[in-house]
Design a protein around this ligand. Structure first.
Ligand SMILES: [Zn+2]
Ligand SMILES: [Zn+2]
Length: 435
């Protein structure tokens, strides 16, 4: 049995620019898992380490978030490479990458032409299907429960069995079934997993759903408006579904920005959703912004607005923020993680934010809810304990400090010491099969 090379091109001790190369040193067969972007403090894109497309057999994409797909088109500048993903991931990635081009095109090493070439090279896969890429390489995509179309990817290559989790959530949400852990074989040689929430525990989902509903209702009943800044893919649909499930649709629910388009794309793929009937009802209830006049006059009647960007870094949500932040009757509910430095984080910590180079003071009520789409510490621990002690585990997509604390905890609590946390971009490991 030959050796396996693992190169962490991005996402080493960092939440963002996910990219891992796994290569069989026996045959040279190599799979690139995700190729995303991150952003610096000035919001300029940061890319994973370079990899020559001709050295890769294929690319496998876990899901549509830009931290997993945002650098992919750069591989198609002068080369054609097969890109495997679910059809929904492909469509949503196209939407988000084109938006990135619009906002940050100046800094990107690709243009629309490369995005089109990438789309031509995609090979759509379905969950559970064993896809034969070459004689010594198969890929199997399994539901990751993170966002619609998201996948964990099982790779069988030259006798090696590797699992890449991408971003995953074993717990069911209103929108999605939990990650399909039951179809993961027990005898895996290498697991490459995310650790976004490696040091946090999520409150029970139902408690969070009820909190969202109670806060929203009390604000509306007092004559206020509720602004819910949400990510285009995943959180916008989840929040909308929760509100409809609990019957808040007697008040207008407005969906603005790219979330409207994402809603429509997802509606064409019912089998990825946990409860399509609920989603269909949510889509019927959601009001698309009728006019610019409406945007300008929002706030005169109680209503709910769901709009990207989730961390208030731009998008349609800014116009609403400026308008609604002045009135104490209104509320801003942040339903996701807010990265330090973002306007969303500033609002949470200081009650004011710099938007468009101007400071906005928030008089409206501010709430944060942990409606996460990632496994929490408890789920990550349980996940790791599924594998036997021979399985090598590499944790990416996490902050270094939190991951190292987690590794110490695993050792003390369960005597598990097979989890490795790469520290540097480009860190390379060569693995040999254990007996
Ligand atoms: Zn994600
Ligand atoms: Zn991610």
């Amino acid at each position: 049995m030959g050796k396996l090379l693992v190169k962490v091109l991005g996402g080493a001790g960092e939440v963002g620019r996910a990219a891992v190369l796994v290569k069989s040193l026996e045959s040279g067969t190599a799979v690139l898992l995700d190729y995303g972007v991150n952003f610096d403090e000035q919001d300029r894109p940061l890319f994973p380490q370079h990899v020559r497309p001709r050295d890769i057999t294929c690319v496998a994409l876990s899901h549509a978030h830009l931290d997993h797909c945002g650098s992919l088109p750069s591989l198609f500048v002068s080369y054609e490479l097969a890109l495997y993903a679910t059809p929904l991931t492909i469509e949503l990635s196209d939407l988000l990458i084109k938006d990135l081009l619009k906002l940050s095109g100046y800094y990107l090493p690709y243009e629309h032409r490369e995005v089109s070439k990438m789309l031509e090279c995609t090979v759509p896969v379905t969950y559970g299907e064993v896809v034969e890429v070459t004689r010594d390489l198969t890929l199997t995509f399994l539901n990751a429960g993170h966002v619609p179309g998201s996948s964990m990817i099982l790779i069988e290559m030259d006798g090696w069995r590797i699992l890449y989790t991408g971003d995953f959530n074993p717990m069911p949400t209103c929108l999605l079934n939990g990650a399909d852990l039951s179809n993961i074989p027990k005898d895996i040689d290498l697991v490459i997993m995310e650790g976004t929430y490696v040091n946090g525990t999520h409150p029970p989902r139902e408690v969070l759903e009820r909190q969202l509903v109670e806060i929203t209702l009390s604000v509306l009943e007092e004559g206020g408006c509720v602004l819910i800044p949400s990510f285009t893919v995943g959180r916008s649909q989840e929040v909308l579904s929760i509100l409809v499930k609990y019957g808040i649709d007697t008040y207008p629910i407005i969906v603005d920005g790219l979330a409207r388009i994402a809603n429509e794309i997802i509606a064409r793929y019912p089998h990825y959703l946990r409860d399509y009937k609920l989603y269909k009802r949510a889509m019927e209830v959601a009001i698309e912004v009728p006019s610019e006049y409406f945007r300008r006059n929002v706030g005169s009647e109680p209503c709910i607005i769901i709009s990207p960007a989730g961390m208030l870094k731009g998008g349609a949500v800014i116009q609403y923020l400026k308008k609604l932040s002045k009135n104490r009757k209104n509320a801003i509910i942040l339903p996701s993680f807010q990265a330090p430095g973002t306007p969303g984080f500033q609002i949470l910590t200081r009650g004011k934010a710099i938007v468009d180079n101007k400071e906005i003071k928030i008089d409206a009520q501010i709430y944060w809810l942990d409606l996460s789409a990632h496994a929490g510490r408890r789920e990550l621990e349980e996940f790791i304990r599924r594998f036997d002690t021979n399985t090598r585990i590499i944790m990416v997509h996490t902050t270094l400090l939190n991951a190292l604390k987690f590794v110490t905890r695993l050792k003390q609590k369960y005597d598990i010491d097979n989890v490795l946390v790469p520290r540097n971009l480009g860190e390379t490991l060569v693995l040999e099969k254990t007996a």
